[in-house]
Design a binder for this molecule. Structure first.
Ligand SMILES: *Cc1c(COP(=O)(O)O)cnc(C)c1O
Length: 363
């Protein structure tokens, strides 16, 4: 047996750990912002039939341009988009990898605003792109001066703006995105992984005005298709062409394309719980405030709350009670996704049972 130290691992990867939230089998899983409602029996059967049909051609490579899927995604997004403006991949994490492979790379920088999505530094590292971060305002919001000032200082080729942001749930308005796109030459990637949960308009509205604006989406969250691994972007066809240069050949399997198209045909059913889930989070936030927790104003299907004296201890005590949430974000905070009403009740009861100590409180 050899160990990793014996292998010619890239110098910048030495000491790195494989990243990911714990995948534990517990009764209440609220740690990765999934939709807790699985597809119905009818949709499942249609997905299975679509896979059977795709299997008839599994001796052949899939459509490497995923044209039919991209057409379906374009019609889902609307805004007059056609498939030439859409790119699709295995989750929006592969979309981000394509973007940074194409527009980042050695000697270049990608700019993000912390606290934000914990995968961004990984995409940057894997593509040998410098990862530069600038802190958000104290309430975790962003404004155009903050973003543009940072862009002037660090001269990135790509600016990443998540809205609603993970893990804070805070949004960045289109007025800010509009101004940022006018004031920088960088590619501005707006990560709208949670847009379907938000009440504010999508940056897609600005698409025709700003040729370097990229809007990234996923079917993992609102669409209840995390296991299907489908993410996509909307941008100028030239941006799509750049992604097509760097993608692995035939990156999106025939089964994935088939299942995603069934999901899009049943978008009304799959998205039916979106408003309910956002409402679960807003109700949970009110409850937290009534108990004296600090709560970040979220527009997504999750809530960042604290501020705990010992957040790891609270996380562990919740886990001991069968509730898995996420230890992430600024010191003293935890993040919980919206679950079903019984799951949320279990979370609230567990928190009351634990009765955690907040920062600045004497135990
Ligand atoms: C969950 C999430 C994604 C989605 O990742 P997928 O690879 O599509 O599952 C993207 N961006 C953010 C900020 C997220 O929280």
């Amino acid at each position: 047996m050899i160990t990793l130290e014996d292998l010619p691992l890239r110098a910048d990867l030495v000491g790195a750990e494989p990243y990911g939230a714990p995948q534990l089998v517990v009764p209440v899983v609220l740690n990765v912002n999934e939709n807790p409602y699985p597809p119905s029996e009818a949709v499942r059967r249609e997905m299975a039939d679509a896979v059977v049909n795709a299997a008839a051609g599994l001796n052949r490579y899939p459509d490497r341009e995923a044209l039919e899927l991209r057409r379906d995604l374009a019609s889902y997004l609307g805004h007059g988009l056609s498939h030439e403006s859409i790119w699709a991949a295995n989750g929006s994490n592969e979309i981000m990898s394509h973007l940074l492979t194409a527009f980042g790379g050695p000697g270049r920088r990608v700019l993000a605003f912390t606290p934000t999505y914990s995968m961004y530094p990984e995409y940057a590292r894997n593509t040998c792109t410098g990862y530069v971060t600038v802190p958000r305002n104290p309430d975790f919001t962003l404004d155009a001066d903050l973003i543009c000032g940072a862009a002037e200082e660090h001269d990135p080729t790509v600016v990443l703006i998540a809205t609603p942001n993970n893990p804070t749930g805070t949004i960045v308005g289109n007025d800010v995105i509009d101004e940022v796109c006018s004031r920088t030459d960088a590619i501005v990637v707006v990560d709208e992984a949670y847009q379907e949960f938000a009440r504010t308009p999508s940056a897609l509205e600005l698409m025709s005005k700003h040729p370097r604006l990229v809007v990234s989406r996923t079917m993992s969250k609102a669409f209840a298709l995390a296991g299907g691994r489908v993410g996509y972007l909307a941008a100028q066809p030239a941006v799509v062409d750049a992604c097509r240069i760097v993608r692995l050949p035939y990156h999106l399997s025939a089964q994935t394309q088939a299942v995603a198209r069934v999901a899009l045909r049943h978008k009304d059913e799959l998205l039916a719980r979106v408003h309910q889930l956002a409402a679960e989070s807003r109700t949970f936030e009110q409850w937290l405030r009534s108990r004296g927790y600090a709560v970040v104003q979220s527009e997504a299907n999750f809530t960042l709350f604290g501020r705990f004296e010992d957040r790891h201890d609270v996380w562990q005590q919740l886990l001991d009670r069968g509730v898995l949430i996420r230890e992430t974000g600024p010191d003293g905070f935890l993040r919980a996704s919206a679950g079903t009403p019984p799951e949320m009740a279990t979370l609230r009861d567990a928190l009351d049972d634990i009765s955690p100590t907040f920062q600045g409180e004497t135990a």
